[in-house]
Design a protein around this ligand. Structure first.
Ligand code: MG
Ligand code: MG
Length: 629
C-alpha cells in the first residue's frame, strides 16, 4: 500500500514541498493544479522534477463541475477534460480526481451522471488514463459516497472508479461501515483527513480545519478499517487543508503526516482481521510505566540554587557520577539528576537554553520495541559519546530539543544507578513525603501542540484529553493533557500564543526549552506542606479572595478551608475525587515545582486554578521571566 500526500497540505514552493515530502518517507503525491500553474517550468519538466525526488505522481486534482450539465455546458466540460488529460500525459499522472459538481445548472439523476462518466472513461482510456469520482460533502446532487459509488457502478467502465475521502464521509456522519459493501477493485484512490469536531459550515470546516489522522475527532480508523476490508490496496494519501499547516515548517508538517498515516495503518492491521497484506508492521504502542529520572542542566549559581531548592523539598543528594560533574538527588521513587558536566549534552543544552530539563528517562515495557516504533514513526535518534563504565541507553529527541531515554528491566539498563553512580549516603527516609512524579508540564508555541500531541499518542500508549483554555491576565494559553491509561506518565502541553503570557515569557526566556514545571505527588499534602515550610521552601502565596471563592464553589468545611489557606494549598474536584496543589515560586528562567495530592481517582490537573496560579506568579516574575529581586 503506497503512502502519499497532496501538495496542497504542505507550505512552501513546489521544490520545498517535494523535498519535505520525500524526506518524510512518502512514496507519492497528489499534485494540485495550482502548484504547477504558479511554476515557470513545463509540465514535463515538473513531472521529471517530482520523479527526481523518488516520488510518484499518484493523482492529478481537482477537476470540478463535470457531471450532469446540459448542453452547451456539457460539451465544454468534456473539452476541459481533454485539455487536462493532455496535461496529465505531459506530467506523467495516471489518475484524475473529479469531485461531485456544485455547478448551479448541474442536473441530478444517477443515470445521467453515470452516462457522463462512461463517456469520459472512453476518452481517458484512449490515453491510458483513469478517472476517479469523489462525493464532496457539499456537492449539489451527490454528497454521499454511496451515491458516488452507485454512479460508478452504473457507469460500468474499466477506466472509471471511486475516490473515497474520510472527511467527506465522516463530516456528514455517514456510517463508514457502508464502505464495506463497495468492491475494492473499483476504489481507485483513498484520501485521509481528520478534523476537530466543530459545528460549522462543511465547506469552511473542510478548507481550514482538516488535520492529520489522529489529531482530530473523526473516526478515521473505522473509515480505514472499512476500506481495508474491501480488499483495496491502492494508494492512501493525506489531503489536509489547514491554515496553520500552510504557514508551518514544511519538513515538520510532512513528518507529522507520515507519522500519522503509518500509525493509522498499523492500527488498522491490529484491529481489522483479514486486513489486506502490505500494511506496515511495527511493535505496538509503547507502554510507559513511569519516570525513571529527570535531568537538569544546571551550572554555576543555578546549580547551587537548584540544589538548595531540592533540599528544601526534602530531597537528598544520594549519589555522585563516577567520572562526571553530575549529582543524583532522590526522594521516594523520584530521581533528579543535576548535570553540570562541561563536556556533553547538558552543556550544549545549557548554552542554548540556560537552566532546564535536558533529559528524562522513561520506564518502558521494552526498550527494543520503544526504539523501533519511535524510529519507524520518524523520531530523531539521539546519542553522545560514552565515558568509561557508562551504559549505552537508547534515546530520542523530544519536545524543545530535550532528550528521552528508554529504560526497562530486562535489558539491565535500570542498573545505571549502581553502575554509574557512587552512593554518597544511604537515604534515611527523612524526606518531605514526596513519592513520585505526578506530571510534567511542557510549554511550546501553540503551533507545535498538535505535533507534540501526535508524537506522544502515536509512539506511546498515551491518550489526549480535551484541550482546555487557560486564562492568563495577558492572553490565552491552550492546555492539552496527554497521559497513559493508568496515569503513570502524565504530561500537560501548554501552547502560548503571545509572549505576554507567563507561558510565552517562559518560552522566550528559556529559548525553546520546554519543561516549565514538574509536579511531585505526596500522599498527605498538609504534612508535606508543613515539612517544606520547616525546611525553608517558599510556597506561592495565594490571595484570601481565592479561598472565599473556593468556599462558594465547593462544600468544604471551615476547618479544611482554614488549613488550605494557612498552607497556600489550592483545591479542585472532579466527578471522582479531589485534588490539592501547592506551588513553589518560580526560581530561575520561570521554572517552578508543584506538589499535588490526588484523592479517590481525581484525574485532572487543577485547570480551574491555573489562572490564579499564573496571576500569583506574575506578581513575582518580571517581564523578562526572571524572578523579581
Ligand atoms: Mg478529497
Ligand atoms: Mg501542574
Amino acid at each position: 500500500m503506497k503512502t502519499g500526500i497532496a501538495t496542497v497540505s504542505i507550505s512552501g514552493n513546489l521544490d520545498e514541498k517535494l523535498e519535505a515530502i520525500a524526506a518524510a518517507g512518502f512514496e507519492g503525491i497528489e499534485i494540485f493544479e495550482q502548484d504547477f500553474i504558479a511554476d515557470m517550468r513545463s509540465p514535463r519538466e515538473i513531472g521529471d522534477l517530482i520523479r527526481s525526488y523518488g516520488l510518484e505522481i499518484l493523482l492529478f486534482q481537482p477537476f470540478r463541475d463535470f457531471e450532469g450539465l446540459p448542453e452547451p455546458l456539457r460539451g465544454r466540460a468534456f473539452d476541459r477534460a481533454r485539455h487536462k488529460f493532455d496535461l496529465m500525459a505531459e506530467l506523467g499522472a495516471p489518475l484524475i480526481l473529479v469531485c461531485s459538481s456544485v455547478h448551479p445548472e448541474a442536473l441530478g439523476g444517477i443515470d445521467r451522471a453515470a452516462a457522463d462518466f462512461s463517456a469520459l472513461g472512453d476518452i481517458a482510456a484512449e490515453r491510458g488514463l483513469k478517472v476517479g469520482y469523489e462525493a464532496l460533502a457539499w456537492g449539489r446532487h451527490v454528497n454521499d459516497h454511496r451515491d458516488a459509488w452507485e454512479i460508478v457502478r452504473r457507469a460500468d467502465h474499466a477506466a472509471v472508479g471511486l475516490i473515497l475521502d474520510s472527511f467527506h464521509t465522516l463530516a456528514r456522519r455517514i456510517d463508514p461501515d457502508t464502505i464495506r459493501r463497495i468492491h475494492g477493485d473499483k476504489i481507485f484512490f483513498v484520501q485521509l483527513a481528520d478534523a476537530p469536531m466543530i459545528e460549522m459550515d462543511l465547506l469552511y470546516w473542510s478548507r481550514h480545519f482538516r488535520n492529520m489522522p489522529g489529531e482530530g475527532d473523526l473516526a478515521v480508523t473505522s473509515f480505514m478499517r472499512a476500506v481495508s476490508a474491501t480488499g483495496y490496496d491502492g494508494p492512501v494519501s493525506l489531503e489536509i487543508f489547514n491554515d496553520q499547516f500552510r504557514g508551518g515548517p514544511p519538513k515538520a508538517i510532512a513528518r507529522d503526516g507520515h507519522r500519522s498515516i503509518i500509525t493509522l495503518l498499523d492500527d488498522v492491521r491490529r484491529l481489522e482481521t483479514g486486513a489486506i497484506a502490505g500494511l506496515p508492521v511495527l511493535p505496538a504502542r509503547v507502554r510507559i510505566n513511569g519516570v525513571e529520572f529527570i535531568e537538569f542542566a544546571a551550572f554555576g549559581e543555578d546549580r547551587d540554587r537548584l540544589a538548595g531548592l531540592l533540599e528544601s523539598m526534602g530531597f537528598q543528594r544520594s549519589g555522585r557520577h563516577i567520572s562526571k560533574d553530575v549529582d543524583l538527588w532522590t526522594q521516594g521513587s523520584i530521581r533528579i539528576v543535576v548535570n553540570a558536566d562541561q563536556d556533553g549534552f547538558a552543556r550544549t543544552f545549557w548554552n542554548a537554553n540556560g537552566i532546564g530539563v535536558c533529559d528524562r528517562g522513561l520506564k518502558v515495557s521494552s526498550v527494543a520495541d520503544a526504539n523501533s516504533r519511535a524510529m519507524a514513526l520518524g523520531a530523531e535518534p539521539f546519542s553522545q559519546p560514552l565515558g568509561p563504565g557508562e551504559l549505552d541507553i537508547p534515546a530520542i529527541r523530544g519536545v524543545g530539543g530535550g532528550v528521552m531515554h528508554f529504560i526497562d528491566d530486562e535489558s539491565g539498563l535500570a542498573k545505571v544507578w549502581s553502575a554509574e553512580f557512587k552512593p554518597l549516603k544511604t537515604p534515611d527516609g527523612s524526606g518531605a513525603g514526596l513519592e513520585e512524579i505526578d506530571h510534567i508540564a511542557e510549554t511550546m508555541s501553540y503551533d507545535e501542540m498538535l505535533s507534540w500531541t501526535l508524537f506522544h499518542s502515536s509512539i506511546f500508549d498515551m491518550h489526549p484529553a480535551p484541550m482546555l483554555d487557560v486564562i492568563d491576565p495577558d492572553g490565552l494559553v491552550r492546555s492539552q493533557a496527554v497521559a497513559t491509561p493508568d496515569g503513570r506518565y502524565r504530561l500537560t502541553l501548554n501552547g502560548a500564543e503571545t509572549h505576554r503570557t507567563l507561558a510565552g515569557q517562559f518560552l522566550a526566556g528559556s529559548l525553546g526549552s520546554s519543561v516549565q514545571h514538574i509536579a511531585f505527588r505526596s500522599g498527605d499534602i498538609f504534612a508535606t506542606a508543613s515539612e517544606l515550610a520547616a525546611r525553608g521552601f517558599e510556597a506561592l502565596e495565594m490571595p484570601g479572595n481565592y479561598y472565599d471563592d473556593l468556599s462558594a464553589r465547593f462544600a468544604l468545611g471551615r476547618d479544611l478551608l482554614n488549613r488550605l489557606q494557612a498552607a497556600n494549598v489550592l483545591y479542585d474536584e472532579d466527578d471522582a475525587g479531589a485534588y490539592f496543589q501547592l506551588y513553589g515560586r518560580p526560581f530561575q528562567n520561570g521554572l517552578f515545582f508543584e506538589i499535588v495530592e490526588r484523592r479517590d481517582g481525581y484525574s485532572g490537573y487543577g485547570a480551574p486554578n491555573a489562572p490564579f496560579r499564573i496571576a500569583a506568579q506574575k506578581r513575582l516574575v518580571s517581564v523578562k521571566g526572571l524572578p523579581r529581586a
